[in-house]
Ligand binder design. Structure first.
Ligand SMILES: [Zn+2]
Ligand SMILES: [Zn+2]
Ligand SMILES: [Zn+2]
Ligand SMILES: [Zn+2]
Length: 584
């Protein structure tokens, strides 16, 4: 009990008294102190974060589950960025009309209990939030220690239920009812937390506090001391394990691990496994569109906004430095595709120089196609090259004696050029990554597109029983997996027919067709003999379905041409036979 911490805890800021050893005055009748005005009325306080005494209610609300109102227990951060206890999630149900990614753990869905979301999340993406779980454990320990230390400082807490327009009428009537009231110890912060733990404080409610003993500053000191401890704990736990800095815009993976958004983006750039647990994360993990972890963000903003702001400034400065830089060398030559190899014979002196610099640097450069028709390229106007390209990594470089080289590369991602210039004769650019939408959005698209197409097809066939279904509706009815299956069937039939573009040699270069619908279109485009300008469309897509549908349209055309060819041949033969007959 006589730990130095306790003295420090209870020392008055100006060091005049040590309240711990002063007799506690008998309870005084006091006016109700309803001082916890919502923090937005103190705009200048936002910079310094929430204060322990004034914002005790707000602070506790940060860790109250929106479902059960208790402090989070086994918290799960959902793909929408919101968090609920695992026990507060409804049981999973089978998801309809979802086929990508086609893994068993994504076939179950959990309908989001939050009224602001209500989406159906893949069960595979609803794991325990490891960081928040640990943090909740530590918060609980700190609060327990604090209360154990301070058995005095009694306080009456009265729950004030709030009017909530979003609730139905019957629910709102309850608001007139009196909330819970409790006498608890340890200051506002600790007692509010305790009240929430007991299940007697709804997340939306406010609290009226009445100190039952001693002066206000005793309570304030208690709150400040506890908040100080909680800040320490949070700062330690909210360090990113990629950059070892405080997390900036914490973003949680489907395995429940959290990193700065930009750290996760950087890691996912060249890997598809979680840097913590090495679990495979479905790629391409689009992160621009993934909601951040709302609770961890709110905790950081509430507890240490000064540190958040400093970190943001540092990152902005770092990115600003690189922002104006045209730091991606551009090779204007051919169409390259993500995950696929590109082989180059480099003989022009400017590109020899570029290759040498790349090999000495990060081994990466951008591949872009010639703008043969001088079509304007967005804000850049009519450039020599097209604005979308593929970032390539040098896998192997064979330097010949005369300075030429053979370079083997692999596509690692797509980009759009934002600005460009020249460096020693070759083009350089500032590029922005092109990424797919989040899996959640992809799933929602598949669901809505297929179900709408099915409804349309039913109505159409009722009204026009003799007509075939319009082709777009027929395609939209197909699940993402069915689209892929159809493409695969076509590939098999072409191989069986010994199509020269699927020769053993080609397959040895590009590999067998990938079973991942996100990647398959790149493979197909690498082998199929159609114009590069058409394949270029794939670089702009941000949805897996969209890419597959482009490939599907090529396949339909090839099939159509083959039919036409066969028809022409048959017709030709018939005419020839007729001609022969006539001559006889
Ligand atoms: Zn949700
Ligand atoms: Zn809960
Ligand atoms: Zn980080
Ligand atoms: Zn992980």
């Amino acid at each position: 009990m006589n730990s130095p911490r306790r003295k420090e805890l209870l020392l008055h800021p100006n060091g005049e008294h040590e309240h711990a050893f002063a007799p506690i005055a008998p309870p005084q009748p006091q006016a109700f102190m309803v001082e916890n005005v919502p923090s937005q009325e103190y705009p200048d306080e936002e910079k310094t974060g929430l204060t322990a005494y004034q914002d005790a209610r707000e602070l506790v609300r940060l860790v109250q589950c929106p479902q059960c109102s208790r402090p989070y227990s086994a918290p799960v951060t959902l793909p929408c960025g919101h968090t609920v206890c695992r026990g507060c999630l409804p049981p999973p149900t089978t998801r309809a009309n979802i086929s990508y990614p086609n893994t068993p753990d994504r076939l179950l869905g959990i309908s989001c209990p939050l009224s602001s979301c209500r989406a159906e999340h893949a069960a595979a993406e609803c794991s325990i939030d490891v960081t928040l779980s640990k943090l909740m454990e530590l918060i609980e320990i700190e609060v327990a220690k604090h209360i154990q230390l301070i058995q005095d400082a009694p306080m009456l807490l009265e729950e004030i239920l709030q009017w909530d327009d979003s609730l139905p009428m019957q629910e709102q009537e309850k608001v007139d009812m009196k909330g819970a009231s409790k006498v608890l110890y340890g200051g506002r912060l600790a007692s509010t937390y305790t009240m929430a733990s007991m299940g007697d404080l709804r997340r939306g409610s406010e609290v009226a506090y009445k100190a039952l003993a001693g002066a206000v500053d005793i309570y304030q000191d208690l709150d400040n001391a506890l908040l100080e401890r909680l800040r320490d704990v949070a700062q330690k736990e909210l360090d990113c394990l990629v950059c070892y800095n405080m997390m900036l815009d914490p973003t949680t993976t489907s395995c429940g691990h959290t990193f700065c958004r930009r750290c996760l983006v950087r890691v996912m750039d060249h890997s598809s496994i979680c840097p913590m647990c090495r679990k495979g994360l479905h790629t391409p993990a689009s992160l621009q569109n993934k909601p951040g972890n709302a609770i961890l963000n709110a905790l950081l903003d509430g507890l240490c906004p000064d540190l958040v702001a400093a970190r943001q400034r540092a990152v902005d400065a770092e990115e600003q430095g690189g922002d104006d830089e045209l730091d991606t060398p551009l090779f204007v030559c051919t169409l390259s595709l993500p995950t696929m190899p590109t082989f180059l014979h480099v003989f022009e002196p400017r590109y020899r120089l570029m290759m040498r610099r790349c090999v000495e640097g990060n081994r990466q450069f951008g591949m872009v196609m010639y703008n043969r028709t001088s079509t304007p390229q967005g804000d850049m106007g009519s450039t020599q090259f097209l604005e979308y390209g593929t970032l390539l990594e040098i896998v192997n470089l064979e330097l010949l004696r005369d300075g030429r080289s053979f370079v083997e590369t692999r596509g690692i991602g797509r980009f759009k050029i934002r600005a460009h210039g020249m460096l020693d004769g070759y083009h350089v650019g500032r590029v922005e990554r092109v990424e797919d939408v989040s899996l959640a959005e992809e799933g929602a698209l598949e669901q809505s597109e297929t179900s709408m197409a099915k409804e349309f097809a039913e109505r159409y066939q009722q009204d026009n029983p003799d007509l075939p279904l319009p082709i777009d509706a027929a395609i939209n009815q197909l699940s993402t997996q069915e689209l892929l299956d159809n493409c695969m069937t076509f590939v098999r039939s072409m191989r069986d027919a010994s199509a020269p573009w699927l020769s053993a040699r080609i397959v040895s270069v590009y590999g067998e067709p990938p079973a991942d619908p996100a990647v398959f279109p790149y493979w197909f485009a690498s082998v199929v003999p159609i114009a590069e300008e058409e394949k270029y469309a794939l670089l702009k897509t941000t949805r897996v379905r969209e890419r597959l549908k482009i490939v599907y349209s090529w396949i339909r055309r090839i099939r159509g041409q083959r039919c036409a060819n066969i028809l022409q041949m048959t017709l030709g033969n018939a005419l020839f036979n007729m001609a022969l007959a006539v001559r006889r």
